[in-house]
Write a protein of this length. Structure first.
Length: 364
């Protein structure tokens, strides 16, 4: 059998996709991935080492991640059984695509509606699982176009709608009134609100979701200091979490990830709150410094990053920064409005100052 014949055994949707690639060698100042800029404190490292020292690596991890669910329930509310856990939000998006893959009656494929531009994994994962993805452009302020969203949902009858708020890559919160009105107008669709950057906005839909079973919340530790641990959660009505648990792999979170994530939500919570407060203050300082350049304009942000519109040639600017060991994110495909933009993660005060000085050197 030829390679082409073997390739034909794979899902045809994959031929239209590209793998998500990550640059192999990070520069000195890494401001391109929306991670927390701070490493663990020595005290936190010692605490983790102490906990891991007593783990039994020769045994399978707790398949229910009981301690972690308890920590989530205590810290964020709801019952333990409302939380479905995954290796980051990415796995949970894939679980939803797997568990809900049957088309509605009369449809050829299941449908998901996504306001765009937004987190690319909604589209990539859904397409890889055979879903039809309907993108609805955000308005000129990067907010939901409520009328266009409602029309798309009415017409396509999707099983899923995603809302990232604060949104990536724009950084802003969507209008709460628009999100809530859409959730309430279409109760037979599952509306997933991704609060990955919620810690930096001070807002959550937790209370709203408790009152609307068609609303589920995505969360993660990746943006607040534990990207390498790979832990995320979906808070969803218990009757629906039971169905998702049927497709979740029983040992998808390893023992170390469970222990570290539990510490992050309990013992380390005060440290993380202090770091989040610093990032928010630095975000405003950085935005003011960048807006001082005529060629740069920062979009309002409620996240740990800034979307910055540049009046010049974006690839040249990114190359000039990279030559100074500073990495930022540029957009080479997707929404054409992003081609004139760069996305900058808020770093430590020292990293932000280095970026400010580099831009002053480049732009004059």
């Amino acid at each position: 059998m030829s390679i082409e014949s073997l390739k034909s055994l794979f899902r045809p949707e994959l031929a239209e996709l590209s793998a998500y690639r990550v640059p192999p060698s990070p520069p000195a100042v890494k401001l391109d991935a929306n991670e927390s800029p701070w490493p663990l404190t020595p005290e936190a490292r010692a605490r983790i080492a102490s906990v891991l020292h007593s783990t039994e690596a020769h045994r399978y991890p707790d398949g229910r991640a009981t301690k972690l669910r308890e920590a989530l329930s205590h810290g964020l509310g709801g019952s333990q059984d409302e939380y479905v856990l995954g290796a980051g939000s990415d796995e949970l998006i894939a679980l939803l695509a797997t568990a809900m893959a049957t088309p509605r009656p009369g449809a050829e494929r299941p449908v998901v509606v996504v306001p765009e531009p937004t987190f690319v994994m909604y589209r990539m994962t859904s397409r890889a699982h055979g879903w039809e993805v309907i993108g609805v452009p955000l308005d000129d302020a990067w907010d939901l176009d409520a009328d266009a969203m409602a029309a798309a949902i009415e017409r396509a009858r999707p099983k899923l709608v995603y809302y990232a708020t604060p949104n990536n890559p724009s950084g802003n919160l969507f209008s709460r009134e628009r999100v809530c009105s859409l959730v309430e107008a279409f109760p037979d669709t599952l509306h997933v609100i991704d609060e990955a950057y919620g810690a930096y906005s001070g807002q959550s839909y937790a209370t709203f979701a408790e009152e609307h079973p068609q609303c589920a919340l995505l969360g993660t530790l990746s943006k607040v200091g534990f990207a390498g641990v790979r832990v995320g959660w979906l808070r969803i009505d218990e009757a629906l979490s039971v169905e998702l648990e049927k497709v979740r792999q029983p040992f998808n979170l390893n023992t170390a990830s469970q222990e570290i994530a539990t510490l992050a939500l309990t013992d380390f919570a005060p440290i993380l709150e202090e770091q989040i407060t610093t990032v928010v203050a630095e975000r405003e300082r950085l935005a003011a410094a960048l807006d001082a350049h005529d060629a740069l304009h920062c979009c309002p942000s409620d996240a740990n990053f800034l979307l910055v519109r540049y009046a010049g040639h974006v690839p040249e600017l990114c190359s000039a920064l990279l030559a100074r060991e500073i990495a930022v994110r540029q957009f080479t495909n997707g929404d054409p409005r992003l081609k004139s933009c760069i996305r900058i993660t808020v770093g430590t005060p020292e990293e932000n100052q280095r970026l400010i000085e580099a831009l002053s050197d480049i732009l004059g």
